[in-house]
Design a protein around this ligand. Structure first.
Ligand code: FAD
Length: 464
């Protein structure tokens, strides 16, 4: 039996970041991980592998659609799927080994195996019980099923995102159930690689929660790229036979029923907290109605000394949100003050163009009855975007009508996932749109579009 100040259960972005910060703050730390490799969903079957495939498939798209326009002639590359998967696996390996290196560097013990909490202050891994003054649960999430539908996931014909990251071949056709971030990212990958992709979404628009104007534009752009959409449709059943699947759905507008066949069905209807095997019931750890671990403002559960962070608790299921909570709870445990500003957590969809957003949407501001102004700038007016065939999209900044304080930003366009951060920093500093507008931005960059949107909140954009 070993004794620690902190044992973290789960080595995803919440858990590993928490463990590193605990060690940096002088706490004797261990991290339990049941997977073969560190890094959790994010590094193994989430953020990182999906971005590798998005990158590779985007390169193919560029070669097929834009190279000739720039005078780069010749046969487009063809897809060697095995090699693409090997590239993706190599990227995963580099990243997960990187966490192993950081654990060694920070003298964090990796307790290999699945952990449970027999009582407060104790963590059991295999046959061994370890003591810990503080336990942080960072057990993450797993794919959810389709609500109210008969669907059996076999990870071959009917897959979650995990199966979609390692299909044996590029399918001729794919149905994606759920028009959220993960479904659209993976749908984009396969569409660019040549699959006929159809997204079936229960709501009338894709990307629920995203600013409606962005969401509508995004759907149009993806449609232009060849992705089909069936919205306002509830899936009732998925049948499989002979390596093919049939998805049955009901159109909500008139209750009519229809079905569609595909080689592969990707179920991308969201994720739910994963807390199996931890022993939370016996410990009396409270859960929310949605099965998330309930915590107080210091990320402590109702059982003293047991904390929880990341996808296992409330809030957006995002790696950077989990990381921020990991650092903050470490600070709390070390007797300092942990801080996460939940009002300024960016969201990014890594398609092409990218979509990024932070803060309030117009819909939320209207619901609140808050007086606001909109500054918008199209990438059509951005020289750099035009030069690289990426002028689809816009930047939209929402600011308080009276004080000019930035309330939110919504970007669809090139590099949106990076551009959003200057608005995040501005919001953290309580900046006004004018503060952004008065900041010199290098030319020619995509970020000039952010400045122009900020200018449009005032006397007007220059290149509009
Ligand atoms: P996880 O990363 O899920 O890690 C939890 C770890 O705990 C797992 O490794 C699990 O094996 C381990 N574990 C669980 N229980 C135990 C136990 N009892 N004992 C030992 N180990 C245990 N987010 C983004 O911000 N950007 C993206 O681009 C993005 N892309 C994504 C793409 C896909 C396909 C998916 C599925 C997710 C994506 N996400 C993305 C979401 C992101 O992966 C999660 O929000 C993030 O991983 C949550 O981190 P976490 O530390 O809470 O949990």
């Amino acid at each position: 039996m070993a004794s620690y100040d902190v044992i973290v259960i789960g080595s995803g972005p919440g858990g590993y970041v928490c463990a590193i910060r605990c060690a940096q703050l002088g706490l004797k730390t261990a991290c339990v991980e049941g997977r073969e490799t560190l890094g959790g969903t994010c590094l193994n079957v989430g953020c990182i592998p999906s971005k590798a495939l998005l990158h590779a498939s985007h390169q193919l798209h560029e070669a097929e659609h834009n190279f000739a326009k720039m005078g780069l002639k010749g046969k487009s590359p063809s897809v060697d799927w095995k090699q693409m998967l090997a590239y993706k696996d190599d990227v995963i390996g580099q990243n997960t080994k990187g966490i192993e290196f950081l654990f060694k560097k920070n003298k964090i013990d990796w307790l290999k195996g699945w952990g449970s909490i027999p009582e407060a202050g104790k963590v059991k891994v295999g046959d061994e019980v370890h003591e810990a003054k503080h336990i942080v649960i960072a057990s993450g999430s797993e794919a959810a099923s389709v609500p109210g539908a008969e669907v059996t996931i076999d990870e071959k014909t009917v897959v979650t995102s995990t199966g979609a990251l390692e299909l044996p071949k590029v399918p001729k056709s794919m149905i994606v159930i759920g028009g959220g971030v993960i479904g659209l990212e993976m749908g984009s990958v396969y569409s660019r690689l040549g699959s006929e992709v159809t997204v079936i979404e229960y709501l009338d628009q894709i990307t629920p929660g995203v600013d409606m104007e962005v969401s509508r534009n995004f759907q149009k752009i993806l449609k232009k790229q060849g992705i089909n959409f069936i919205t306002g449709a509830g899936v009732s059943k998925v049948e499989t036979s002979g390596g093919k699947a049939t998805v049955h759905y009901t159109l909500r507008k008139d209750d009519s029923e229809a079905s569609l066949d595909a080689d592969v069905v990707l179920v991308a209807t969201g994720r739910k907290p994963f807390t199996d095997g931890l022993g939370l019931d016996a410990l009396g750890v409270e859960l929310t109605k949605r099965g998330q671990i309930a915590t107080d403002k210091g990320w402590q559960t109702n059982v003293k000394g047991i904390y929880a962070i990341g996808d296992a608790i409330t809030g957006p299921m995002l790696a950077h949100k989990a990381e921020d909570e990991g650092m903050a709870v470490a600070e709390e445990i070390a007797g300092k003050h942990g801080h996460v500003n939940y009002g300024v957590i960016p969201g990014v969809i890594y398609t092409h163009p990218e979509v990024a957003f932070v803060g309030q949407t117009e819909e939320l501001l209207k619901d609140e009855g808050r007086a606001y102004k909109v500054g918008k700038f199209s990438f059509m007016g951005n020289g750099r975007a035009k030069a690289v065939f990426a002028a689809d999209g816009f930047v939209k900044i929402l600011a308080d009508k009276d004080t000019d304080r930035i309330l939110g930003a919504h970007i669809i366009g090139p590099g949106a996932g990076d551009l959003i951060h200057e608005v995040c920093v501005a919001m953290e500093f309580g900046a006004s749109a004018q503060d952004l507008a008065l900041t010199c931005h290098a030319h020619p960059t995509f970020s000039e579009a952010v400045r122009e949107a900020a200018l449009a909140c005032g006397d007007g954009a220059i290149h509009a």
